[in-house]
Design a protein around this ligand. Structure first.
Ligand code: FUB
Length: 327
């Protein structure tokens, strides 16, 4: 059955929605696309974003309630260490403050993860003067449970995750494993109580197939590429992600925030546009998938538009696959 969807913010191009409920209201933290002249290449240079806006849903129904743009919440010119490319961010709340985690290339073109702090969910966010110690790569997601915050991150190819092994940059510049080896994993790390640094060494997010074997590099229909998200449903932990060059959003289920996670299936089949990215949130007694596509820009990869639709679970806890091209 076709799933009805809504374009959330036709007034501007935005992508990579991270969505949370703060104080009973649903806030969207997207990337802010624009028509940069940067080249379209395998490094993702065309995603040349310079600022973030925060949006909120002003009512009970993401499919119909008005969407408010709270304006510029963080600008790259105010981030002392950043060079270019503000990619997917996420926000967490603790003790009266909101913490935005965001990847950007530093002045030597290496992706690092920064923190910016606000008094309100919509910002403005004030960046710290340096990125988090030991941080690397892209696409952050924060999951909170029992007062502990877990940061998921990473993305291969332009996201530079292949440049790291055991959390250290490799001399050779990259560590793509052989086709029959386990694929490069996303990372998860608990944040320190002050939310400003890692509390531990990042760990691999291990994805297993139905036989309990790690998903391999060759299995690019199922292996992790970028765009981590973590949510909890009926006591289980759902790690979801993009498969990148095979253009699906997939998910795997585990028993705790660190995993391992066992692959279960597709959440979303390919959309119009190269990238696919999402978040999953419960709001108003229903579950929602927020994502993006490039239909309104007629397929221009760098100009993406935010979309939402309802997400449905089967009785066994699996997720019903949604067609990326459903309108
Ligand atoms: O928006 C830039 C990058 O494109 C994101 O970080 C990836 O997840 C992909 O959506």
């Amino acid at each position: 059955m076709a799933q009805s969807k809504r374009y959330l913010f036709p007034a501007d191009y935005m992508a990579d929605p991270s969505v949370h409920v703060f104080g009973g209201k649903l806030y969207i933290y997207p990337s802010h696309d624009w028509d940069s002249a940067a080249p379209d290449d395998d490094f993702g240079s065309e995603y040349d974003m310079k600022d973030y806006h925060v949006l909120s849903i002003e009512g009970p129904d993401p499919m119909t309630s008005p969407v408010k743009d709270h304006g510029n919440a963080l600008d790259i010119k105010d981030v002392p260490w950043a060079g270019r490319q503000l990619w997917d961010n996420d926000v967490a709340y603790k003790d009266g403050k909101y913490y935005m985690y965001f990847p950007a290339k530093d002045k030597t073109d290496i992706f690092r993860i920064g923190v910016a702090i606000a008094d309100k969910p919509e910002g403005p966010y004030i960046p710290l003067p340096k990125p988090m110690d030991g941080s690397y790569s892209i696409d952050v997601c924060v999951f909170e449970e029992d007062g502990k915050h877990y940061l998921y991150f990473g993305g291969i190819w332009g996201g530079q995750l292949q440049r790291y092994k055991d959390n250290k940059a490799v001399d050779t510049g990259s560590t793509y494993p052989a086709d029959d080896e386990p694929a490069i994993p996303a990372r998860v790390v608990r944040l320190r109580d002050d939310m400003l640094e890692f509390a531990e060494e990042p760990r691999p997010v291990v994805l297993l197939d139905e036989n309990g074997k790690p998903i391999t590099v060759a299995d690019n229909a199922r292996r992790f590429f970028e765009a981590s998200w973590l949510h909890k449903y009926n006591g289980k932990y759902y790690f979801s992600y993009s498969t990148g060059d095979t253009h699906c959003l997939c998910y795997a289920i585990g028993d705790n925030p660190y995993g391992p996670f066992t692959y279960k299936g597709k959440i979303l089949t390919p959309v119009v546009g190269w990238t696919t990215h999402h978040s999953i949130v419960e709001y108003g007694g229903k579950w929602w998938l927020f994502h993006h596509d490039s239909v309104p820009s007629k397929g221009i990869n760098r100009l993406r538009s935010l979309k939402v639709c309802e997400l449905h679970y089967n009785e066994d806890g699996t997720i019903r696959t949604i067609e990326g091209t459903d309108e």
